[in-house]
Design a protein around this ligand. Structure first.
Ligand code: FAD
Length: 390
């Protein structure tokens, strides 16, 4: 019997596995896909996420990002930039493979192509069924992404509500010169279109990640919407991007900032499975690795005390609340404010360079959303008061 089974070897699962093994637990990671596997993602990794990961192999860094360019409806645009790195871009296929190798090197057992199909809970253990085998453990971490089997089988969540987004993404190979000419080397582009969500163009070494993400309730013919976006970008950049598309990936994205249940008897959820995503920009990697880290620490304590009760594992929810969930609620207040009247918000952002600067610092991890909201309210009480008052 393992101390913990980790369902899903994405960033949340790999960080949890590495940390739990380093702290003496026996860990089995069950991953549905074969590594290296793709994951629909812009591949932007914020500085605060990199700090939790504890540094990154240089070869994984596609571009170092210092700022953002915001495009309005009419393609007028403005740029904000920090003196320090806000994020990097990477290829998720490589990053996730590297992270799971790190977990394996620290002693975790990793089975890929071994998807969790069923989970049953008894008084003494958790039994996990895959097409290949049955495994037993003292507890389970569900880090199996937005469509989490563990969340369903444990009864924590049967389905998402309307608090979820849909993203479509593609990687277009252009060669590094064209990437640099069309976007630049150190800037990510965001295209706001008056909806809850946005389009993005992120530079990688020799390709662009192009995508759109929006609330599922707004989605209508998503592929058509995506292709319209690609055609608009092609016109704006004077490059035929449409012809270079080989594959379009789509994936759901849960929005964070809600008080959701994330634990039960012998089970905790981490990363997307728990719904930990920034509701304004859709950043999920920081919350995935941070919750993976906390999941490992709580699992170590549970094993030490031999206590896997729902009551004891409530400590996981409390630690997540303190570390970032309460801040995701502040991010949600900010998102409601900004998307509630996007034109007004973008006007303010455009005219107030300091505001843009402070927002980039928030993404970088220099300040929290709560601090950012308070800063906004102090700077312009009339405009921003309802942000802090919620
Ligand atoms: C299009 C798009 C663009 C995005 N861009 C960014 C970005 O630029 N920056 C950012 O920070 N965030 C971004 N996000 C969010 C980010 O991708 C996620 O928040 C992040 O991947 C969550 O990590 P995770 O480990 O929780 O889940 P995942 O990365 O989804 O990993 C879950 C793992 O579980 C496996 N799995 C699923 N079911 C089972 C099962 N039954 N048994 C075993 N294994 C299973 C999957 O194969 C997968 O490997 C984006 C999301 C989308 C959809």
């Amino acid at each position: 019997m393992y101390d913990i089974i980790i369902a899903g070897g994405g960033p949340a699962g790999s960080i949890a596995a590495e940390r739990a093994t380093k702290n003496g637990l026996s860990v089995l990671v069950l991953e549905k896909e074969a590594y290296p596997r793709d994951k629909a993602c812009g591949g932007g990794v914020s500085q605060k996420a990199l700090e939790v990961i504890g540094g990154i192999d240089k070869g994984l860094v596609e571009r170092e990002i210092f700022g953002a360019r915001i495009f309005l409806h009419d393609y007028q645009n403005f740029t904000g930039r920090l003196g320090s790195r806000v994020a990097i871009t990477t290829m998720r296929r490589d990053l996730d493979h590297w992270l799971v190798n790190r977990a394996e090197d620290s002693g975790a057992l990793v089975h890929d192509e071994d998807p969790v199909k069923d989970v049953t809970f008894s008084k003494d253990c958790v039994e996990v069924v895959t097409p290949k085998n049955r495994y037993r453990s003292r507890m389970i971490v569900g880090s199996d992404g937005v469509n989490s089997t563990v969340a369903r089988k444990s009864g924590i969540r049967t389905r998402w509500g309307s608090d979820i987004g849909l993203c479509l993404e593609t990687e277009v190979e252009l060669g590094d010169t064209l990437v640099e000419e069309s976007v630049g080397t150190d800037i990510t582009e965001f295209y706001f279109r008056g909806m809850w969500g946005y389009g993005w163009v992120f530079p990688k070494k020799d390709r662009l990640s192009i995508g759109i993400g929006e609330l599922i309730s707004q989605v209508h013919k998503p592929k058509d919407q995506f292709m319209r976006f690609v055609r608009d970008i092609s016109l704006q950049k004077k490059i035929d991007l449409e012809d270079r598309i080989t594959r379009i990936n789509s994936h759901l994205l849960p929005l964070g900032g809600f008080g959701r249940r994330i634990h039960g008897e012998r089970v905790i959820l981490a990363g997307d499975a728990a719904g930990f995503v920034d509701p304004f920009i859709g950043e999920g990697l920081y919350y995935a690795v941070k919750s993976g880290e906390i999941a490992a620490d709580v699992a170590v304590l549970a094993v030490e005390k031999n206590d896997f009760s729902r009551n004891f594992l409530a400590g996981y929810a409390t630690k997540c609340e303190d570390a970032f969930v309460s801040d995701l609620k502040s991010a949600m207040r900010f998102a409601r404010f900004a998307y509630g009247d996007l034109d007004r918000f973008l006007r303010i952002l455009r005219s107030d360079r300091r505001l843009f600067h402070e927002y980039l610092r928030t993404v970088r991890g220099d300040r929290t959303y709560a601090g950012f909201n308070r800063w906004c309210a102090l700077r312009s009480p009339v405009t921003f008061l309802k942000l802090v008052s919620g």
